[in-house]
Design a protein around this ligand. Structure first.
Ligand SMILES: Nc1ncnc2c1ncn2[C@@H]1O[C@H](COP(=O)(O)OP(=O)(O)OP(=O)(O)O)[C@@H](O)[C@H]1O
Ligand SMILES: [Mg+2]
Length: 466
């Protein structure tokens, strides 16, 4: 038998800790216990455990800090967080800080074992992932998702960590921001990668057919049901179910979906026996579900079930610094099959600076998809030229207004009050960034490349001044 795993459990509730420790020992783990974060850190500084199970809420040093320090010390260590009900958000923070997964109290011991085994399996795959990571050293792409802005690099990091879990994910973002691309990237980096990724576009299937499409049906369940047919949920068993445009689902179906998410089982249409499924659910929407919940058009309980790990994809106009890289990427993609014979272009295609300025100035309501289409079209129009010119771009993009810094900042003949002017620019940029991020100071600060504390200080100062 392989060497047993050394495991440290840190939990301040002694009875709970002892019960878990005992059960783990029964399963062959070599278990040590700690009652505080400080004690755990002390043990960790002296001994390289394989696994650390830490309660999130501890007096003194909290669980996620313990996991973070442990993983910093031993990159190979598996950290698992135990969290109380309603603190999933903090648990997700812990994952960002290096925990492999989390489990919510109260839990069955078997669920803990499941989380543990998954994490151990994940570690076995690490040699493969080392390859992934070496590719990510160049942090500008992740599974075909391109981006160099801070917001996208943070996203890559988040994707890498959430892929390892089985948590439900809700991806939000405007049309064409890459929601489906991201869902597939998560699946391909998860333990479920060898199983199916099953996508259902809830808005593309007529309401009357959607239920049977999802849950399957038995023969004779309705007119036209000539045979038993498994639904998409069954196809997704052991894999990932991607529920696209989930905001368009009827209230009746929302109810049924909620039940599946809670029970992990359902009935085919016209049937009475239960089908069990084990699937990872990723939902996506370009509508504002919180608003739909407020208006009573989307079930609140379903929203919380889906929104366990929220991933928001920013609009392209909020990360213009990604545009040059995306342009390069799409030119490569379309120039390859470019010639009439499909022969690779002999010289790499470029974009004139003039055209690039327009590409950067345009608002991109259709986001990356629209940029991709515009470039595909431009490549076709460019014939054999080695450079895309302004005239190759769609008319609406040619018309985009370029922001003129010089014009805005031209010194008026009568001069200005320098300090007042700078203050006005500061206020203006900060209020724009807050508006764009719905008042989220962390994200707003990121947009401005400011420390959050700096932003807060400035806000305080504005308040005092007004
Ligand atoms: N960051 C990116 N890097 C490279 N390609 C991208 C990126 N984001 C999106 N794309 C490409 O843009 C197109 C649209 O992406 P996708 O279908 O994932 O968008 P979506 O958010 O699901 O849109 P919709 O809401 O309209 O369904 C795809 O061809 C995708 O490959
Ligand atoms: Mg989509």
């Amino acid at each position: 038998m392989a060497e047993p795993f050394h495991l440290l459990i840190v939990e301040d509730e002694a009875p709970l800790r002892e019960v878990i420790a005992e059960q783990l020992a029964d399963r062959g783990f070599l278990v040590e216990q700690a009652g505080t974060g400080e004690q755990a850190l002390e043990r960790l500084s002296a001994f390289a455990f394989d696994i650390l199970i830490a309660d999130l809420h501890l007096p003194g040093v909290d669980g996620s800090t313990v996991v973070e320090s442990a993983v910093a010390l031993y990159p190979d260590l598996i950290g698992i967080i135990i969290t109380g009900y309603g603190t999933v958000k903090t648990a997700v923070e812990a994952i960002k800080r290096g925990a492999a997964d989390f489990i919510t109290k109260p839990f069955q011991f078997e669920s803990l074992m499941h989380v543990l085994n998954t994490a151990l399996e994940q570690r076995r795959l690490k040699s493969e992932n080392a390859y992934l990571r070496s590719q990510l050293e160049e942090r500008y792409r992740f599974e075909g998702i391109i981006g160099r802005s801070r917001i996208m690099r943070d996203l890559f990091h988040l994707l890498e960590t959430v892929a390892a879990t089985s948590s439900t994910i809700l991806i939000t973002g405007e049309t064409g921001t890459g929601k489906e691309l991201v869902a597939r990237a998560i699946h391909h980096n998860s333990l479920r990668r060898s199983q199916r990724f099953v996508a259902i576009n809830c808005s593309a299937i007529p309401e009357t057919l959607l239920e049977a499409e999802m849950f399957g049906h038995v023969r004779g369940a309705f007119t036209g049901a000539i045979a038993n047919r498994p639904g998409r949920l069954e196809q997704a068993n052991r894999g990932t179910l991607f529920l696209d445009e989930v905001g368009t689902m009827s209230t009746a179906l929302q109810m049924k979906l909620l039940r599946v998410l809670q029970e992990r089982e359902f009935e085919r249409v016209g049937d009475t026996h239960m089908v069990r499924v084990d699937m990872r659910v990723i939902a996506a929407t370009n509508s504002d579900l919180t608003k739909m919940v407020a208006d009573g058009r989307f079930r609140e309980d379903l929203f919380y079930r889906l929104n366990v790990i929220p991933i928001h994809l920013p609009a392209l106009r909020e990360r213009k610094e990604d545009i040059p890289l995306l342009v390069q990427h799409f030119l490569q993609k379309y120039a390859l099959g470019g010639g009439p014979s499909g022969a690779p272009a002999s010289k790499p295609l470029t974009v004139s600076q003039q055209a690039m300025r327009k590409l950067m100035a345009y608002g991109w309501p259709g986001n990356v998809r629209q940029l991709e289409n515009a470039l595909e079209r431009a490549v076709a129009l460019s014939g054999g030229r080695s450079q895309i010119e302004l005239s190759d771009l769609p008319p609406e993009i040619q018309k985009a207004d370029e922001p003129s810094v010089a014009q805005d900042l031209a010194l008026p003949t009568g001069g200005i009050d320098f300090s007042e002017f700078i203050r006005k620019i500061e206020r203006d940029l900060i209020s724009q960034s807050l508006a764009r991020t719905g008042g989220n100071k962390v994200q707003a600060a990121r947009l401005l490349n400011l420390k959050r504390t700096t932003l807060v200080e400035k806000l305080k100062r504005f308040k005092e001044e007004s």
